[in-house]
Write a protein that binds this ligand. Structure first.
Ligand code: ZN
Length: 134
């Protein structure tokens, strides 16, 4: 079951610069920064009620975020939905014909197991499924 929008991922050139904008805009401080080596990204999270903003900065030129910034520039990169059982959701969505980038969950930032769906099958929006690690 899909429970809520967990966070919006926003691609930025510099977390350090962008954090000031979002912290001032939202009146909240970033509660965590974390590097996800496997994805080549640095992340920073700001909590807003039940949802979050995740800022994403590339750590090197081969990072998917570096490629995204080259092509599209900074902006909203993905929507993350929280699910109660990520393995069951991957199976359900695969049966429904969605294209999964990750066919099994992998470790993501902020203590989550994650899987991405290809934008080809989701109206051109990159979608992340995530589940809190227990
Ligand atoms: Zn995310």
């Amino acid at each position: 079951m899909v429970k809520k929008i967990e966070h919006l991922g926003i691609a930025v050139k510099s977390i350090e610069d962008s954090l000031k904008t979002f912290e001032t805009l939202l009146g909240q401080k970033c509660y965590k920064t974390e590097e996800v080596i496997s994805e080549g990204v640095k992340t920073a999270f700001i909590q807003i009620g039940e949802s979050k903003i995740e800022l994403l900065e590339a750590v090197d030129a081969s990072s998917p975020i570096a490629k995204y910034l080259d092509k599209k520039g900074p902006g909203i990169h993905h929507i993350a939905f929280e699910v109660d059982d990520i393995v069951a959701e991957i199976e359900r969505l695969t049966k429904e014909g969605f294209i999964l980038i990750h066919t099994s969950p992998k470790d993501g930032a902020d203590n989550k197991r994650i899987a991405f769906l290809h934008p080809k099958s989701t109206e051109s929006i990159l979608v992340e499924l995530c589940q809190e690690k227990s």
